[in-house]
Write a protein that binds this ligand. Structure first.
Ligand SMILES: [Fe+2]
Ligand SMILES: [Fe+2]
Length: 401
């Protein structure tokens, strides 16, 4: 009985805690963690519906991925059709919960089949599976949550229970609000970025998506190494992604004729471009939300350098009419988020081809980043960046130009 009460208590907390999370990936991560806890499931996946397809959007598996060094499974482009042939597709298509005790014993009774290719590739054995469509208030399916391998107290895999079915359908009813809200936030940010992109063609959608994801993963790895609590990491990681996406939003204030100029900039033009850091910070003036505060810090500090030779430096009043560049911030004087985004932004710029340069090879780029540890970049963060290499790769594959 205690267990039941706890489950319902945790359902009640769900809305309150979720309303503080802005980023879509962070919302999905949180939802899946909660749903798995309630049903004691070893793993699970959330799919987001887009037109007639389900996009594989978030996955967790205690048996397969226990370390955060390898988050590449989070960045997948897999989709499945919303139709009667797959389990998740069927659940979305018919708007039905499916509770399957053993996926390998489905037989030919149903139109849907279990796809064992993932098991084969990973060496995992999927047995029990609970699949529930996530519908919004208009009865439109926005996604599907799929839990696998329920465990009893001894860790033995068992079928999902009738109670689990009730819990998960209540849970899915609440989830849609938060998924739609986080989707809206991300779309809003991408729209802001579109405006900046009109000015500076280098700041493209894929570039900011990549920089956001690199920054989020680098932060998570740094935070784990520094014993930051799990709940704080999850919350900040989401904000880090969104704020890092906005690193160059201050370019809205720089004139077209400068940003779109073919060829090299002269000194005066370069000085004007540097002010995008301060204009960006000014956009978030007077805001009390944590997301805006972080966005301000990133916009302001992403061009500071570890050795103090960056910009805009220790500007006294960034809101005054006539701001001037000041002496550069050094080492720990630069906020962590600025040091993180500096690496993410430069790595991506070097790896991308732009009209004035070819893209660098991966090897040359990593060598350059390593070489700049201690001068341009925080040397510890450079090492952490190298350690999450598999994840960085998966992010590049997901968000291509
Ligand atoms: Fe910038
Ligand atoms: Fe950038």
């Amino acid at each position: 009985m205690d267990k039941k009460i706890n489950e319902f208590k945790s359902l009640l907390q769900l809305n309150e805690e979720l309303s503080q999370i802005n980023d879509l990936d962070a919302v999905l991560d949180y939802l899946l963690t909660k749903a798995r806890k309630m049903t004691n499931a070893d793993g699970g996946t959330i799919y987001i519906a887009k037109e007639d397809k389900l996009k594989f959007s978030y996955t967790q598996n205690d048996t397969l991925f226990s370390s955060n060094l390898d988050n590449k499974n989070l960045y997948s482009n897999l989709t499945i059709n919303i139709d009667e042939t797959s389990i998740a597709g069927y659940s979305a298509y018919k708007k039905e919960l499916l509770n399957i005790p053993d996926c390998y014993k489905l037989g030919d009774r149903f139109s849907y089949h279990f796809n064992s290719s993932w098991d084969k590739k990973s060496g995992y054995h999927t047995q029990s599976m609970l699949t529930q469509p996530i519908k919004n208030v208009n009865d439109v399916v926005v996604g599907v949550i799929q839990l696998i391998n329920a465990k009893d107290s001894s860790g033995k895999i068992i079928p999902f229970s009738k109670d689990d079915e009730v819990l998960i359908s209540y849970f899915a009813g609440n989830a849609s609000v938060h998924i739609e809200r986080a989707n809206l936030t991300r779309e809003l940010i991408l729209r802001m970025i579109k405006m900046a992109e009109l000015r500076d063609p280098k700041e493209t959608g894929p570039h900011v998506n990549r920089v956001g994801a690199f920054a989020a993963e680098l932060y998570e790895h740094w935070a784990t190494k520094n014993n930051i609590s799990y709940s704080k990491i999850k919350k900040l990681k989401g904000n880090m992604r969104l704020s890092a996406m906005l690193h160059d939003v201050g370019k809205i204030a720089i004139s077209d004729t400068i940003l779109k100029k073919p060829g090299r900039f002269d000194d005066e033009e370069r000085a004007i471009i540097k002010t995008h850091t301060i204009f960006g910070a000014q956009l978030f003036k007077n805001s009390t939300s944590e997301l805006d505060k972080l966005s301000l810090d990133i916009a302001l500090n992403h061009h500071e350098r570890w050795d103090g030779k960056g910009y805009p430096g220790k500007v006294k009043d960034i809101y005054s009419e006539d701001v001037k560049m000041a002496e550069g911030k050094k080492a720990d004087e630069i906020p962590l988020c600025g040091r993180i985004v500096a690496i993410a932004d430069v790595y991506d710029a070097l790896m991308s081809s732009r009209y004035y340069k070819e893209s660098w090879t991966e090897k040359d780029t990593l060598n350059e980043i390593k070489k700049c540890g201690g001068t341009q970049f925080d040397p510890k963060l450079v090492n952490y960046f190298m350690e999450i290499h598999a994840t960085i790769h998966a992010i590049r594959a997901k968000y291509q130009d």
